[in-house]
Design a protein around this ligand. Structure first.
Ligand code: SF4
Length: 338
């Protein structure tokens, strides 16, 4: 469990300059409740880093007053210099910064320019329920069956017999319930990669994962990324996979937007924006809604203006979430319907 004093925090920033937001740890499938303490008024007090510390938040049904060290100290990536902060587009083999309007139009054009069976989507169980739901509607509109979220890590995750889960994703259960799983006639993530190697998948859309750091052979991942005519990467931080993408859609970190995760036990819990998105990054659901509008898809979820609108669409469409709302979830969450 975490130390009684925060070794990285002491002497960096005075507590009365900190802002606080209720959140959920994204470090594993447990969904421990946390507070994110940020230093935005005097960032120089914290060496320019906006997130100062993570503290446990009481939830009798999840973590009581505890969090593990991985959750307490696992936040530097949010302010890391590897964050993707500008939409990028590859022009004549060179990646250059562009505007959201241009990159969204380019993504819509690429999606429209391929048959459904030529498109493969590897989404991420790091994404919020709201992101996954808007993506699901987009894939239904495009009739894309090749969809999955499961990418095996190179090293199996550690676990303990108290809180920590081997699954280092906060929303595997949500992805399953929302339907971001292989469907009959479609392909799983490994099958999508194999089909890209064979050039049957021509547009590969990868969310958050660095496939080159996964359990899959690097040579196969390289061949898949080279085999696809168009690779779209949507995520928070640069990686070997994002470096190979033709279009890069920078997304906000969980600490930068409102959303929900579903824990392995089926508890749907809200996390709140503690910070504005870095640079031009946007919440995942908002990027996907923009792509939906660029495709002129007639679905109200693509006109969502807040995460709550996307969640209400999810609650209306997916029976496991029926009857849930942000207000009903409150600060400690509610279980999905079994
Ligand atoms: S047990 Fe999991 S959810 Fe809880 S603090 Fe640790 S990493 Fe985060």
């Amino acid at each position: 469990m975490g130390a009684l004093t925060d070794r990285d925090f002491r002497f960096q920033v005075r507590v009365w300059y900190l802002d606080r937001a209720k959140s959920v740890c994204p470090g594993c499938a447990r969904g421990c409740n946390i507070e994110i303490h940020t230093s935005q008024r005097r960032p120089h007090h914290n060496r320019g880093r906006r997130v100062a510390r993570i503290k446990p938040r009481f939830n009798a049904g999840v973590n009581q007053w505890w969090i593990c060290d991985a959750g307490r100290y696992g936040f530097p990536w949010i302010d890391d210099e590897s964050r993707l902060t500008t939409p990028m587009m590859s022009v004549s083999g060179r990646s250059t910064g562009t505007t959201w309007d241009e990159v969204v139009v380019a993504a819509a054009r690429a999606l429209r320019g391929h048959r459904p069976e030529e498109i493969g989507v590897i989404a991420s169980p790091q994404m919020a329920n709201e992101d996954l739901f808007v993506l699901r509607r987009l894939l239904d509109h495009l009739r894309v069956l090749q969809r999955d979220t499961r990418v095996l890590p190179r090293e199996p995750g550690d676990e303990d017999d108290f809180l920590l889960r081997a699954d280092k994703n906060p929303n595997t259960r949500g992805a399953e319930l929302v339907g971001l799983v292989p469907v009959s006639g479609g392909l799983d993530a490994r099958g999508i990669l194999a089909a890209a190697v064979q050039k049957r998948i021509k547009l590969l859309w990868v969310f958050q994962h660095d496939l080159l750091a996964s359990a899959w052979p690097e040579s196969e991942v390289h061949a898949a990324l080279a085999g696809a005519e168009c690779v779209i990467f949507q995520g928070t931080n640069a990686s070997g996979t994002s470096a190979r993408a033709h279009l890069v859609l920078p997304s906000a970190a969980y600490a930068e937007y409102d959303g929900t995760f579903t824990s392995f036990e089926g508890r749907v819990q809200r996390f709140r924006a503690a910070l504005p998105p870095l640079g031009e990054a946007l919440p995942g659901w908002e990027i996907l809604a923009r792509v939906g509008r660029a495709l002129e898809a007639d679905d109200p979820v693509f006109r969502a203006e807040r995460a709550e609108h996307a969640f209400n669409g999810l609650a209306a469409a997916v029976p496991a979430f029926a009857g849930l709302s942000y207000r009903a979830l409150g600060d400690t969450g509610l279980m999905v319907r079994s």
